[in-house]
Design a protein around this ligand. Sequence first.
Ligand code: 4AD
Ligand code: MG
Length: 429
Amino acid sequence: MLQVKEALSKGLVGKKVRVRGWIYRTRSSGGIVFAVLRDSTGIIQVTVKKDAVADQQFESATKAGIESSVIVEGEVAEDKRAPGGYEIRASSFEVIGLAEAFPITEYQSTELLLDLRHLWIRSREQTAVARIKAALVRGGREWFHDNGYVEVNPPIVTGVCPEDSTTLFQLKYFDRIAYLSQSAQFYLESLIYSLEKVYAITPSFRAEKSRTPRHLAEYWHMEMEAAWVDNEENMKVQEELVSAMLRNAVDECPEELKLLKRDPATLKKVEPPFDRMKYEEAMDYLQKKGHAVSWGSDLGAIEERALTLDRELPLFVINYPKELKPFYMKENPEDPRTYKNSDLLAPEGFGEIIGGSERETDNTLIIERLRDKGESLDSYQWYLDLRKYGSVPHSGFGLGLERIATWVCKLEHIRDAIPYPRTVARVYP
Ligand code: 4AD
Ligand code: MG
């Protein structure tokens, strides 16, 4: 048995091959069926002539509609009109699972495709995105491994709120209330006192009520935390990690990138160093471009787009005003209105893919900020303990895997970067 990609390779002309897969499209004319077969590696044309296969096989070949599964045997021949330049001339065409009329046809509404997601994920675009995303993750894992980071498994059910409390999912946990994790950060922080450099890939949950093309309620989060690392070094880790992820996607997925019309040359350019721009400078830049922003304005999709539209490399925006960011960040001694933090914005207008910072080590400041937020300190005693027993400067960040995949794959909407997107409007299928 060969995979379609292998059957398409040069040197098999005149040879007999066996392939299996699903009918991608099919038509018949006269005594001949032209079926295009899809497997996980690609598509290939199969021609089934009436007199070349058993009668009953020809009969089922004419009846088998798209998505029917089949096993085909035949000789490879060159055919310039066929996708990939070769076809298989069938001597056997066995239908394994005859498909009912497939409910997805060429032009379908987005809503219908989301209702039929379990079938739509078979599409070539979705398949390409899945492979590219896997290659990004693998590139990231390898980079972490090569640089001495240990992969760890923080909990998903938690009692803490690292980010915005309005986006917490509450959960009935036996006879208590718990939350679905927004970020593994605090747990990763606790692990650096033994392992020093850790990372985790976990689902994160945000009850985002706004429907935007870059927010999911459930997304995959690649997070790292490291001891003895300041904010500047934290950014170096980010630029190296992102470049390594992209390099692996470009290496492993040239065909998939082509299918999605993403020029790999644009991704190959993404190498350190990335520019750094202070929040304050970002405000100046945006004001000059006519945006109605001032100190304290958050950077939303529109502002991030304006900051990155003309760029080929990602951009770090650093030192945000404290009121815009969570309580755990380290105060910036050079400008105490701000934190030692960074958001990494992907270029071409895309916007944020990473949020990171150096962490506050002064418990007095942490307690003050938690009180200001109206948080009960009870759930945070363990977090405060981390500063009592051998505290060290440390930093970390979180990268949204669907965010980076959306950017790399040039997708219009983040929902296409995950097989089953969870949004305010949808938990089916
Ligand atoms: O900027 P965020 O909220 O930062 C944190 O959660 C930190 N505690 C991470 C850390 O330092 N360990 O989220 C980090 C990243 C964002 O930059 C974005 O890429 C992604 O997570 N993200 C989302 N992705 C999809 N849908 C959402 N609703 C997202 N919210 C954040
Ligand atoms: Mg953020």
